[in-house]
Write a protein that binds this ligand. Structure first.
Ligand SMILES: [Zn+2]
Ligand SMILES: [Zn+2]
Length: 409
């Protein structure tokens, strides 16, 4: 079920609050150097240099601070709208408001993946929600018991209900669940995201028998919302994430292509070097690496094809669009073997042979059409491009079936 990682920096709450205040006061993107200077002036400069950025790890994890460039540790960061509210809650000390903000964070944040507070995490499991629901179901749970539940869900694919049953069984038999949990999971026994929820308005309380529980006053106010928290981030499944990435990136790519002035583009210039460059990763995460695209290739492809929709041409038609501000017919580019497939190919996919001019209707259809519609368009385009893909320097070869099954489903 993927690698589950939690923030592990143990920051004292007064230090976290000092860091939070810096972002609250900046109320805009703040670079790291400035942040570190400001933080040192508040909490002293005698700590390990690497510990200053980590003071906001848990705030980031809970969605109160965000990164401008995801996954880049040195990225500029800023306080989120929810973060501003939460900071003011903390200053006012109004517990009901603090709890409301925490519950909102639990409802809206994805913890298992794409979370800059735990950038290496790539799991379907929503750690804080699982732990909180375990406390509710078990009338308080020890850190070891919650670790065991996380292990059963993430490694064994157990349902939440079955995992709770396992803990109850172990309790009946007076067995230590720690004995069933593999060593690599012991790190969750030091559950920093949970521990900080004690500092935040006593959202959680720790009883003398070592069990964590949700504050009864929180339960009486938020029970239904807490019980409804999803234990898994189903919307973050690998397939959806991959497709979203491609569509998001295509948008940016399209505006970069449009930025070229068609009258200034020389189709005679040799772009073979660009076509044959090595694929260049540009972020994303472990499973969904992104690769750079060079918009000039798309711009030249459009001009070479005289701004004609390739699918229309193959059908003996002409899909007319309109003239752009730069006085060329409006046309879009589509990577026939999508960029999300790059990790499966040695040769660069961002190349002339793989970029197809499409009118906006055909382009939308290839992404959002019914299975039949998508198949029809992909098939026609692929048959037209198959030979040039195979014969280009990259020798890109794939069957129509694989192309469709792997990248267009
Ligand atoms: Zn496209
Ligand atoms: Zn078209």
């Amino acid at each position: 079920m993927g690698k589950l990682v939690a923030p592990k920096h143990s920051a004292k709450w007064d230090e976290v609050r000092a860091a939070f205040e810096i972002y609250y006061q900046a109320d805009d993107w703040l670079d790291n150097d400035t942040y570190e200077i400001l933080l040192k002036s508040r909490i002293g400069s005698n700590q390990y240099p690497s510990s200053y950025p980590k003071k906001i790890q848990l705030l980031t994890y809970y969605g109160f601070i965000e990164y401008k460039e995801p996954k880049n540790k040195r990225s500029e960061k800023r306080i989120t709208d929810l973060g501003k509210i939460f900071y003011e809650d903390l200053i006012s000390g109004d517990k009901h408001e603090i709890w409301e903000s925490i519950v909102s964070s639990l409802e809206t944040t994805t913890f298992g993946r794409n979370n800059d507070g735990a950038p290496l995490s790539d799991s379907d499991i929503e750690l804080p929600a699982v732990c909180i629901k375990a406390m509710l179901s078990l009338d308080g749970a020890s850190l070891k018991e919650m670790t065991y539940v996380l292990y059963l869900l993430n490694e064994k694919g157990a349902s939440f209900e079955d995992a709770i049953k396992e803990v109850k069984n172990a309790r009946r038999q007076v067995k230590d669940v720690g004995d069933f949990t593999p060593p690599e999971y012991k790190k969750f026994n030091d559950n920093k995201p949970l521990k900080i929820l004690r500092d935040w308005g006593d959202f959680l309380i720790l009883s003398s028998d070592g069990k964590y529980n949700v504050n009864p006053a929180v339960v009486s106010e938020f029970q239904t919302r807490l019980e409804m928290l999803p234990t898994h981030n189903t919307f973050g499944t690998q397939e959806t994430a991959k497709n979203d990435i491609d569509i998001l990136d295509e948008d940016k790519y399209a505006s970069a292509v449009r930025a070229f002035d068609p009258s200034a583009l020389d189709t005679a210039i040799d772009i073979s070097e660009l076509n044959n460059r090595a694929p260049e990763p540009s972020g994303g995460d472990v499973k969904n690496t992104r690769y750079t695209t060079k918009a000039i290739i798309g711009a030249i492809v459009l001009k070479k094809h005289h701004y004609k929709c390739e699918y229309a041409s193959l059908c003996g038609l002409d899909h007319e669009t309109f003239l752009t501000k730069k006085k060329s017919p409006y046309m879009e580019c589509h990577h026939l073997i999508p960029m999300k497939a790059q990790k499966d190919f040695e040769a660069n996919l961002d190349r002339e042979e793989n970029i197809v001019p499409l009118c906006p209707v055909c382009h939308a259809a290839i992404h959002y059409g019914s299975q039949e519609v998508r198949e029809k368009i992909v098939k026609a385009l692929f048959e037209n491009r198959k030979d040039s893909l195979e014969n280009c320097e990259g020798h890109i070869s794939i069957s129509l079936e694989d192309l469709f099954r792997k990248y267009y489903q």
